[in-house]
Design a protein around this ligand. Structure first.
Ligand code: KG4
Ligand code: ZN
Length: 336
């Protein structure tokens, strides 16, 4: 069994996954509310809380999986990209856990985790309507992966699970950032994505025109959108908040879905998986199903940051033997 740790941002996560990709446990201790009063993640606070929570979260993951450390064949950990102090807590803990049993350790790229989450199998497979692949049914490569989170937004082609090729990405803000910044302008709480999603359900998505910038065939740009909302609110402070939320959300979802459609066509891919926190968005989840290809729409706990996806990616990577990983470091950026 693989024990994985993930601490790249503000969630302290540990999971136990079999080599076959079955999730035995997936524990996520969210620090969201701690950071809410600051309106964003405070790196130093995140690191300290990871430190406080890591042992308990790891013990919980093992217990829920009905396992103990002796059952762990290898450890996996996110080494980047992310907040450096936060990453270091996970990396140090993973090294200590692996070294205590002399088992191998696999360093994992956080984004590779998001991309391959769709190849995991949940213990409780649920059947889904029509084209939506059942949660328990993994996606087989080749497939297109759309990852949209608070820090990243990109489309990737996956031909074999050990790697992925980025086809297009955001040139400025991530989609989740656009949600969070839009929510802040609308006076909603933090994190803004889920709040804006909720308010948008009460509004008319055609009430306002927001720009759909097209910086490149498969690239994204969201910074103009937020400015447009700012001006709209300045010009008309009494504009209906729900209509604004619905129209703003429609612009983000349209941008994501139109590039996804273009990528499927250009690459000749016939399967799609979505991931990252924005994949929890109710409108996006419906819109991707309408694309007409089999699509893996993840359960919410596999959209947002989690350690099961890190174990999932580790299955396809070569682990470092003991003691080679004792010098392993975290990197805030991929390739950095
Ligand atoms: O993947 P994630 O948990 O963390 C990062 O790696 O960034 O993504 C968090 C992002 C936040 O920007 C949050 O507002 C957004 O995902 N998000 C949503 C929804 N749920 C979370 N955005 C839109 N609609 C949602 N329902
Ligand atoms: Zn993430």
């Amino acid at each position: 069994m693989i024990l994985a740790l993930e601490t790249s941002c503000d969630d302290t996560c540990a999971a136990v996954v079999t080599e076959g990709g079955e999730i035995r446990s997936n524990v996520i201790a969210s620090q969201g509310l701690l950071h809410a009063r600051y309106g964003g993640v405070v790196p130093e606070i995140a690191s300290r809380h990871h430190l406080e929570l890591m042992d308990a979260v790891t013990a919980d993951a093992l217990e829920r999986a009905g396992a103990c450390l002796d059952d762990v064949d290898r450890v996996a950990v996110t080494t980047g990209p992310g907040l450096i102090g936060a990453l270091l807590v996970g990396v140090s803990s993973a090294k200590a856990l692996a070294a205590s049993r002399r088992v191998p350790l696999t360093p994992v790229d956080h984004l590779h985790g998001h991309v391959t989450a769709s190849m995991l199998r949940t213990a409780t497979a649920r059947t889904r309507p029509s084209r939506v692949l059942a949660h328990g049914q993994p996606v087989e490569p080749p497939y297109l992966s759309l990852v949209a989170s608070g820090g990243h937004t990109f489309l990737a082609r996956v031909d074999e699970p050990s790697t992925y090729t980025v086809l297009g990405q955001t040139l400025d803000d991530a989609a989740g950032e656009a949600f969070d910044k839009g929510a802040r302008l609308l006076g909603l709480g933090y994190p803004g994505g889920p709040e804006l999603d909720r308010l948008a359900r009460e509004g008319n998505p055609d009430a306002f025109e927001f720009p759909r910038s097209a910086p490149g065939e498969l690239d994204f740009s969201f910074s103009g959108l937020k400015t447009s909302l700012l001006y709209r609110l300045r010009d008309d402070p009494d504009a209906d908040r729900a209509d604004l939320a619905a129209s703003y959300q429609r612009a983000i979802v349209d941008a994501l879905v139109s590039r996804t459609r273009a990528a499927l066509e250009r690459e000749g891919l016939e399967r799609l998986a979505i991931g990252g926190g924005v994949a929890a968005n109710s409108e996006l989840r419906v819109a991707v199903v309408a694309l007409g290809v089999p699509v893996w729409v993840p359960p919410i706990e596999l959209c947002t940051d989690n350690a099961a996806m890190i174990a999932g990616a580790a299955r396809f990577l070569e682990p470092l033997p003991y003691p080679d990983y004792l010098t392993l470091d975290a990197a805030a950026r991929t390739g950095g």
